[in-house]
Design a protein around this ligand. Structure first.
Ligand code: ADP
Length: 255
């Protein structure tokens, strides 16, 4: 609370009281805090990949390199550029959602098909993890924004891979009732300490640990995923045991 005070005098100048105005500045403080976190995240997360794009393209320009090294460097540059582009998408999404302008294009889509597609994409990207998909017995049709739901699944899969050691298994399960489908992504990774679990869906929140520096991230993915699921009338949650693994799940109403 911010406090302003001023004396109140009568017409003869005698003090008859004091005016006290209390203003709740919680919201303003929160916005300031968010802005400074945003600046830190932007400067760190954008500069690292940019620095490597600049460094590597310089190398390509100035050094005679054999075909193999060129291909490897180009691969890195491409990966870093893609990382930058998805980071910018996250920042823009955050802005859209904050201003409550998230527009969903709703249409029926096959959930099992979307999951198979996501698993194929991520399986191709990470050879170090085994991805196991167990879909519902029969095709499940949900009504939603397919590309947004695909973003949610991608976020959960990428976290499961990012926060678990090589050689781990990531399971994607879908279970269905008449009214809803529940998709869960389980890993055998780092898990989340109990004391920090309550903040996992907060914007910019990242569990404080050494690996966080190495794997990189903005702490926006889950906050956005959560907002997207809620906007679809679904729910999202997780169970996690530090050192053993996590299961993140969400539900969607079905057709
Ligand atoms: P980030 O960009 O940091 O990955 P997210 O919003 O996707 O941001 O996740 C927020 C934080 O929650 C992560 O920084 C990480 O500490 C924790 N987290 C998310 N998913 C997992 C997981 N599967 N296992 C362990 N920790 C996780």
């Amino acid at each position: 609370l911010e406090r302003y005070t001023a004396p109140i005098d009568d017409e003869r100048g005698a003090r008859i009281g004091r005016l006290v105005v209390l203003r709740d500045v919680t919201r303003e403080r929160e916005v300031d805090q968010l802005k400074s976190t945003l600046m830190q995240t932007v400067s760190h997360e954008l500069r690292t990949p940019l620095a490597s794009v600049v460094g590597y393209t310089d190398l390509l320009r100035t050094r005679p390199l054999d075909e193999g090294s060129r291909a490897e460097i180009l691969g890195t540059v491409h990966r870093e550029a893609k990382r930058l582009s998805s980071l910018i998408d996250d920042f823009l999404d955050l802005q859209t959602i904050e201003e409550q302008r998230l527009q969903l294009t709703l249409a029926p889509f096959d959930v099992g098909e979307l999951l198979a597609e996501s698993v194929a994409v991520f399986g191709g990207q990470s050879e170090a993890h085994t991805l196991e998909l167990s879909p519902c017995a029969s095709p499940v049709i949900a009504v939603g924004d397919r590309s947004r739901i695909s973003q949610v699944v991608a976020n959960l899969l990428s976290n499961a891979i990012k926060y678990s050691p090589d050689g781990g298994t990531v399971r994607i399960d879908a279970s269905c009732t008449d009214e809803q489908v529940r998709v869960s992504v389980s890993d055998e990774g780092l898990g989340i300490p109990v004391g920090q679990q309550a903040r996992v869906f907060e914007k910019f929140f990242r569990v404080a640990r050494e690996e966080a520096v190495r794997v990189g991230g903005t702490g926006l993915g889950l906050a956005l995923a959560h907002d997207i699921v809620i906007a679809h009338g679904g729910t999202m949650g997780f169970e996690s045991v530090e050192g053993a693994g996590s299961t993140f799940w969400f539900t969607l109403p079905t057709d």
